[in-house]
Design a protein around this ligand. Structure first.
Ligand code: PDD
Length: 284
């Protein structure tokens, strides 16, 4: 079924949506994006995603294409027009179109594209069984805090994981886990501490990560923001990842080593429940 998508101010059927071949997003991966989840037809953590979008734009010296109010209207309009009850809204802003050149001229008009993806998020088969990951060297650029559309390396890492018969890859740099291909990485130590890497330019500042940190603290769980190795993760009581597209996703195997009994752990399951409950209660 054809979706309605948004391109530069217009709502159009997906087959009719067009972007210039000279768009710097297409030629140079010169663009940023956000993915916001939808539950019961409403947007989760919208303010957080908009705040991070502004941060990404600022870091790349790119103007916002429209106001925040207009972005909210577009998100809601696409969710309504496509009848999305559960799923995602993808937003992309690129620097705009210009004849190919590494340098760009002042005053380019940014391109704005949004589309929806209907997807069951709460009742996820992967979350029920837990996912298996392998470690892959992190060869991405050094500004992973900016949510750019240059996703080739994470795509290669994910394909590598799939070829090896598992679900995802955790990226490792200088012996320490940075994050997953499209999610933040966490472990629960045998002592009960929840550990995830501290914010820096080495990882994306996940909106789900921030929410889970806050909710874990409110639930009196002990949280440490520090890096960890694959060996520490393999020896942990539990592991999980977080992202807008998967919420809290239990990880049950790392580089062939099963964690615990190989089933999603109680802390990950509890955090997933708390996250979903909070996301529904605060969605707009
Ligand atoms: N990815 N780290 C990376 C590298 C990511 O690509 C993502 C999100 C996250 C989690 O961020 P958040 O909690 O704000 O979704 C961490 C999105 C979902 C994607 O690329 O589809």
């Amino acid at each position: 079924m054809s979706r309605t998508v948004h391109v530069n101010g217009a709502y159009v059927p997906e087959e009719e949506a067009k972007i210039s071949v000279f768009d710097r997003g297409f030629l140079m991966a010169d663009g940023v994006y956000e993915v916001t989840s939808v539950l019961e037809g409403r947007l989760c953590d919208f303010a957080g995603h908009i705040a991070r979008l502004h941060r990404s734009l600022r870091e790349l010296d790119m103007p916002a294409p429209v106001s925040d109010d207009a972005l909210l209207v577009i998100h809601r309009e696409l969710v309504a027009r496509n009848g999305v009850e559960e799923g995602l809204v993808y937003l992309q802003v690129t620097r705009g179109a210009h004849d190919r050149d590494f340098a760009w001229p002042e005053g380019l008009t940014p391109s704005l594209v949004l589309f929806t993806q209907a997807k069951p998020l709460i009742r996820s088969a992967a979350a029920a069984r837990g996912i298996r990951v392998v470690s892959v060297e992190d060869l991405r650029w050094r500004r992973r805090d900016i949510k750019t559309v240059q996703l080739l390396y994470p795509s290669l890492a994910k394909m590598d994981a799939k070829k090896r018969g598992v679900d995802d890859a955790w990226l490792v740099e200088d012996g320490l886990v940075t994050e997953g291909t499209s999610n933040n990485a966490w472990i629960v130590t045998k002592g009960g501490s929840i550990v995830t890497r501290q914010l820096s330019n080495d990882i994306l500042h996940g909106i789900t990560r921030a929410a889970v940190l806050k909710l874990a603290a409110e639930a009196q769980l002990r949280v440490e923001e520090r890096p960890f190795t694959i060996a520490e993760a393999q020896d942990a009581a539990e592991a999980f990842s977080t992202a807008a597209s998967s919420f809290v996703m239990p990880v049950v195997e790392i580089d062939g080593k099963r964690l615990g009994d190989g089933k999603p752990g109680p802390v990950a399951r509890r955090l997933r429940d708390i996250y979903v409950e909070n996301a529904m209660a605060t969605a707009i």
